[in-house]
Design a protein around this ligand. Structure first.
Ligand code: SAH
Length: 388
């Protein structure tokens, strides 16, 4: 299907990734009334309908034309695994046979410090999203690439390498399909770009997917309820800040307090030096009272000493941050180990003493391989042949 408005530059956009204005251009070209644009956009994004036949308020000839032009779901659901803690992991098959995963995480499983302090205020000024008192909030963790090119040595996706980036239609379809697996009374209230892949590596698609997820005619999520987690691609951080006026939450996978330690585990550090990254964080136009999350995967004997905690406090001085400590989940591709339990507590205590806001991330969904760094193990990175 050819996009009349080629906002993505050289590549054609899949129709599921079109904004209402792109649908309006298309309807004008087809000689259809303008209001059709809004109807189609709402079917896809508000109602999550990707099957043209179910778009019952469209005329039959228009439905046929949409189908002819290839409007259909860019991915299909292959399996859903449910953890004993309520976490659900969806395995989704892309049209080229590759696969990705996304994870629904009920809020009850999230420690409070994973959330923003001003969470309740966000609810207050977002009546449409606040829901009733009985509503149970869920966070959706989505993927942006099949595999990853960043090569972090402790991460399964990083060790598997990059197959390809996802189009915005594949990013937003994770939301559309995952929403179907909510339990009664649950609602997706936050989205974290923390699944497979580096969201700022394919910035244009990530930005388009944020525009789609936040569009008031569709899903209508508040930008403040979206967090992009990045290894620290400096120009991408800058663009995100400019394009969304600092409203998108930022999580930085720092993992080390100094350049040499970081380069050992995060190869990208060599081209995105730590000092410049910290400068980019200072310039991020964060709204008042919001903080940047610093993700710090603790690895036995590499970055988990009290001296590292002290140095980290120094490195982060003056920045509005909260540190999220993640005890490493061991992976087959690496001999690196999880930290000793005592090391995690000592690290946390030292940061607290130095008045750095800090929490330890609870492992969620590890019985279905949905914990950090465990996505896309096994079959997900392989193309499934038609005979399988
Ligand atoms: N590329 C992005 C988002 C994907 S990873 C980024 O780097 O932020 C999401 C988080 O999980 C990152 O902080 C990542 O470093 C962490 N992670 C990856 N593998 C892990 C593992 N084996 N154990 C613990 N955390 C891991």
């Amino acid at each position: 299907m050819t996009s009349p408005a080629r906002r993505s530059g050289s590549r054609e956009r899949h129709a599921v990734a079109w904004l209402p204005e792109e649908w309006r251009d298309c309807m004008a070209q087809w000689g259809e009334p303008t209001f059709r644009a809004q109807q189609i956009f709402q079917w896809i994004h508000k109602h999550g309908v990707l099957d043209v036949e179910q778009m019952t308020n469209l005329s039959r000839p228009l439905r046929a034309r949409l189908r002819e032009h290839g409007l259909q779901s860019p991915l299909c659901e292959e399996s859903v695994r449910r953890s004993s803690d309520g976490t659900r992991k969806l395995l989704l098959r892309l049209s080229d046979g590759l696969a990705i995963e996304c994870v629904l995480i009920p809020r009850a499983n999230l420690e409070d410090s994973d959330l923003d302090d001003d969470e309740d205020e966000l609810d207050a000024d977002q009546p449409g999203l606040a829901g009733g008192p009985s509503e149970r909030p869920v966070t959706l963790c989505i993927s942006t690439q099949v595999g990853c090119a960043m090569g972090c040595v402790f991460c399964a996706s990083g060790q598997a390498g990059l197959k390809r980036g996802l189009g915005a239609q594949e990013v937003v379809s994770q939301f559309i399909l995952a929403r179907r697996h909510l339990d009664e009374g649950e609602r997706i209230k936050n989205i974290v770009f923390m699944g497979m892949g580096e969201p700022l590596h394919h910035y244009a698609e990530t930005a388009q997917s944020i525009r789609l997820l936040t569009h008031p005619l569709g899903i209508g999520l508040s930008p403040r309820r979206i967090t992009v987690s990045t290894v620290g691609l400096i120009s991408g951080i800058q663009k995100l800040g400019e394009d969304f006026a600092g409203k998108i939450g930022l999580a930085i996978s720092l993992h080390a307090p100094d350049g040499p330690t970081r380069s050992r585990i995060v190869p990208m550090n060599d081209s995105q030096p730590l000092a410049e990254l910290i400068e980019a964080l200072r310039r991020y136009p964060l709204p008042k009272r919001r903080r940047i999350t610093i993700e710090y995967t603790l690895i036995d004997g590499v970055n988990d000493q009290v001296a590292h905690a002290r140095q980290l406090a120094q490195t982060l001085r003056g920045l509005p941050v909260k540190v999220n400590l993640i005890p490493m989940n061991p992976i087959a591709a690496s001999a690196l180990r999880a930290p000793q339990a005592g090391a995690v507590e000592a690290f946390r205590r030292e940061l607290a003493l130095l008045r750095v806001s800090c929490s330890v991330r609870q492992t969620r969904g590890d019985d279905v391989d949905a914990a950090c760094g465990q996505l896309a193990l096994g079959s997900a990175l392989r193309v499934q042949s038609s005979s399988e």
